[in-house]
Structures are given as C-alpha cells and as structure tokens.
Design a protein around this ligand. Structure first.
Ligand SMILES: Nc1nc2c(ncn2[C@@H]2O[C@H](COP(=O)(O)OP(=O)(O)OP(=O)(O)O)[C@@H](O)[C@H]2O)c(=O)[nH]1
Ligand SMILES: [Mg+2]
Length: 519
C-alpha cells in the first residue's frame, strides 16, 4: 500500500502492453533537490572505506574491545565530533544520472498477495520514489506476475528469462528498482549477475531518500541507526563471498578475532554509539518540552501521509516561512514547531512531523519513534488527508494504524481533528463526515473554520475556557489573572472603575478565581 503524491501527477498513464508488462507514458518529472552523494565510497571514484573505518579512527588510535566500557565524551565538542564520525557513511545508491527499469512483482494469489492496493498504484508509488532522486528517471516499467516471490530469484523460470532478455537487451537501462521491501544479499547478487546492472530494493531507495532529506543531527542519526540492519546483512554476504575466496574467517594476526568478527563488533559498537547519541538528543528534547509546558502553549501535532500537505497547512496557519513545503516524498524528516494563533488569540504550537507511509520498512519507523514522541505529548492531533488522492481511504487507514502503533493516550486518539486538504483539486468536495474540515492549504480556503474547530478541540483537551470576566480595577483581580491565566483583551469601563477582561483560563484556575473573588 504505497500511496504517494506523484501517483496522481497529471500525465502519468500506465497501460498494459504485451504479457504482464506496463509501459509508462509519463513525462519525466523535474529532478528533486536531492543532496549530491559523497564523492568517495562504493560507487564514487575515490574508492571505498571499509565498514567501521570511522570507528577505528579513534582519537587515541585505540579501539575499545567488545564489552569494554567506553568513556562518555566529556564535553559538547567531543560529543559533536563523535556524532559527526557516526554520520560518515558510504553512499547507498550510485551518484549521477540513472535510467531505471522498474520491475514490480505482482503476486496474484496466495499468502503474499497484497490485500489492499492494486499493482498500478504500487507501481505509481515506486515511480514516485525514483523521481524523488535527482537525475533519476524510469525508462521502463514492467509488472511481472509471480507465484513464488519468496524464492531466491523471485520469478518463475519463464518470466525470469523474459525479464533478463528485456533488461540485457536495453542498453539504456543503468539499474533496476525491484519493488519489494527487502532483497536478501544473495538474491541481489544473483540478480545483478543475471541482469548486468545494479539492483535495488525499496528499503534502500527509501533509506537513501531519508538520508538526503534529513537535516538536523537527530534525523541524520536516526537514519544512520535505520541503516544498521542493511550494513549487517551486507557484512554477512561479503563474508560469505570472501569465505569462498578463503578470506572472511581468517584471523587477524595476534587479535584472536577474524576479520568478519572485527567488522561485526565495530558495527555493534556503532549501533550502541548511535543509540547513545540519540538518547542525549532526546534528553535535550525533553528539556525543551518541559520549557514549552511551563510557558503553557498548547501543542497541536500535525500528522498525515507523506505529501498530503502538512507543511503547507502549517505555513498557511502560521505564516511561518520556516515551514518549507515541497512536492517530494519525506520532505519533512524533522519535527519542527511553529507558533500560530487561534481566533481568541490563543497561541498554539503546531508540530510538523514526518509523513507516514504504509509498508515503510519497520526499522525506519522504529528509528523515528523518538521523534514521534512529540505527537504523544501534544494536546491535539490534526490528521491531514489529501482527499484528491485516489487512495485517500487507504492512506487514512494506514495513518490511523500507525498512530495506534505509537501507543498514544486514548483521549488524544479520540480527539483527532480530521482535515480534508487539497479540495481545490476536487471541485464541489464535501466531507462525508461532517466533523471533518475541508480546506485547501495552498489556496487558503477553509482555514478560518479550521481555526475555530481547533480552538474548540484545544480548549476541550487542555481543560481551558475562554471567558469574559467583569472585574474591579482597584483590586488585585487583574494582576492575579495576568499571573494565572492568559489575558486576551481588557476593555476598561472608566466610569465604573471596572473592566471586561477576556481570558483563557484553566478550569482549576477559574475555580480558584471564584473562591478568591466571590461575587
Ligand atoms: N493543489 C494543492 N496542492 C497542495 C495543497 N496542499 C499542499 N499541496 C502540495 O502538495 C505537495 C506536498 O506538500 P507538503 O506540505 O510538503 O506535504 P507534507 O505532508 O508536508 O509532505 P512530507 O513532509 O513529504 O510528508 C506540495 O507540492 C504542495 O504544494 C492544496 O491544498 N492544494
Ligand atoms: Mg512536510
């Protein structure tokens, strides 16, 4: 169930040609601003650093042994240095222009058959992923049925031969994107040998996109953590290959440790360090959260499927230029807060979050769970939906199940405000559910109604109310209100020596006010 914005890009047409084959007639989309790959590494000209080489370059030239306690970096400078080292890595995908052959194995029956989506949408989503990469385009799309997706070569003999013939016979193809979640290293090796070009799975492509879009230290560390399983399986495969050549299990002189054991240990150490670095950042985040809570800004978490318009909506609601929407998958990988005000002039913080995607490799979700903790600490969740998307219902199901998986408190889950976005693309749209708010974040439609709805939800969730109180200016009431509530407006009545004061006040503070100043 892959549902991405480019799936409905105008001009994308898929038609079946010949046996089990889809040909795309899409105009190639403009390349996304994906950060250039490092010039060194597996696919770069400068050769490749061995896995774990970064860890080996310890400041004192000594590598700690497994199980040996490592010293915590003492100051922030050292922490940063360690983090930067953890973030140095080989490119996952080749740099430069790539002409991709997209191969989608269609499982027509049996346990592996996807329950919810049609092959066309899965293909469209895979194409959207490819187009997120700068300089990459899909030159050929093939949907090939298989009864044996779990087998080493994925396809039956006849279809496999047909595929091989087509790929080998098309010199313009520079790599194959096989639309499966994960390829085992032996399968990848064998397919690459048969087809003569590099073969990538969805995990690698999504991970690469994440790497390119991660901006903050935290997001970059999370991506690095998500990469560990991939590095681990590559390691096993490399070892199996070099074993055949007699190299993998050789002992390094005097160390009592084989080369494979050494690399495995370095990888374990890298994982521990990454988790520790993330934990440090998490503590900082908790501190920020507490500071925010002190200032009592209610927090509205904005969640939704990737590319549904979360960032655009936040920008429309707050006018904050720092919220940067882009027609790209996973444009936002970092949680950011943006202040905006509701009709009663109450300030709220909107939290922009990473987009959901069903069938997102598990490791990726897990490594981002710390970031998503902010959702659990919000007062209200806004679920933005792209109602112009043909698979909007499936997207909703996948977002709700992801939210449930986050273990959010029940009242928070129950109070989700559903926003139906991109209604400018669906003329005459009316939400089937009257509690949903229809908006066009891009055109600024429906925002006032949304603000009103949000205010109600925030007041309910935080146990606050907006009241206009009649007070005497001579007494301490006004200063008490300034201290204990949020004063919105003061209308002085000079003749009476009194004022009408509009406040946002918690139920408990209002109880106190009544007790202190009866009448
Ligand atoms: N037509 C139309 N396009 C919209 C609307 N809202 C957002 N978009 C477009 O949808 C694309 C994605 O918008 P974003 O705001 O980056 O989406 P997002 O949900 O933050 O995406 P990720 O951060 O990648 O998960 C951009 O090209 C926006 O211009 C809308 O109301 N109408
Ligand atoms: Mg975004």
């Amino acid at each position: 169930m892959w549902a991405l914005r480019a799936a409905v890009r105008p001009g994308l047409r898929l038609s079946r040609v010949g046996r089990g084959r889809l040909v795309s007639r899409a105009a190639p989309p403009p390349p996304g601003p994906v950060r250039a790959l490092a010039a060194t590494g597996r696919y770069g000209p400068g050769g490749r650093e061995g896995p774990g080489s970064a860890e080996r370059r310890k400041a004192n030239g000594r590598t700690p042994r497994a199980g040996e306690d490592e010293e915590e970096p003492e100051d922030e400078g050292e922490e940063e240095e360690e983090e930067e080292e953890l973030l140095r890595s080989d490119p996952l995908l080749p740099a430069g222009t790539q002409r991709v052959c997209l191969v989608h194995p269609e499982v027509k029956w049996g346990a592996g058959k996807p329950q919810l989506t049609r092959a066309e949408w899965q293909v469209a989503e895979a194409r959207a992923l490819v187009h997120t990469l700068a300089g990459w385009s899909v030159v050929e799309t093939m949907v090939v049925s298989t009864k044996t997706p779990q087998k080493k070569l994925i396809f039956g003999k006849g279809n496999f031969e047909h595929l091989t013939e087509r790929i080998r016979g098309s010199p313009e193809i520079t790599c194959v994107f096989l639309n499966v979640e994960r390829l085992s290293p032996p399968t990848k090796k064998e397919l690459e040998a048969a087809w003569g070009v590099p073969v990538f799975d969805r995990f690698t492509v999504v991970l690469h996109i994440f790497r390119c879009h991660a901006r903050t230290k935290e997001a970059r560390l999370q991506v690095a953590l998500a990469e560990i399983p991939l590095l681990r399986s590559n390691l096993k495969n490399d070892a199996a290959v070099s074993d055949r050549g007699g190299g993998g299990s050789r002992y390094i002189m005097g160390s009592g440790e084989s080369f494979l054991q050494l690399r495995q240990r370095l990888l374990r150490e890298k994982e521990v360090k990454l988790r520790r670095a993330l934990e440090r950042l998490r503590r900082k985040r908790q501190l920020l959260r507490r500071q925010r809570a002190k200032r009592e800004f209610p927090v509205v978490a904005v969640v939704g499927y990737t590319n549904c318009g979360k960032t655009t909506l936040i920008r429309a609601l707050t006018g904050d230029e720092a919220a940067q929407p882009r027609d790209q998958l996973f444009a936002t990988l970092d949680i950011t807060a943006h202040a905006g005000s509701l009709p009663s002039r109450m300030t709220v913080l909107y939290m922009d979050t990473i987009g959901f995607l069903s069938q997102l490799p598990h490791g990726l979700i897990e490594s981002f769970s710390a970031t998503l903790e902010d959702v659990a600490h919000s007062d209200v969740i806004v679920h933005v939906r792209d109602v112009s998307h043909p698979e909007t219902e499936l997207q909703k199901v996948s977002v709700l199940s992801a939210l449930q998986g986050l273990g959010l408190p029940a009242p928070l889950l129950d109070s989700v405000v559903e926003v139906h976005n991109k209604v400018d693309l669906v003329p005459g749209y009316r939400p089937p559910d009257p509690s949903a708010v229809a908006v066009s974040a891009l055109r600024g439609q429906g925002l006032e109604e949304l603000r009103v709805g949000l205010e109600e939800a925030v007041l309910r969730a935080t146990g606050r109310q907006v009241l206009t109180l009649h007070i005497q200016l001579a007494g301490p009431q006004l200063s008490w209100l300034y201290k204990e509530a949020t004063v919105q407006q003061v209308d002085v009545l000079p003749e009476a020596g009194a004022a009408h004061v509009k406040v946002i006040i918690s139920n408990s503070a209002y109880g106190k006010f009544r007790k202190l100043f009866p009448g």
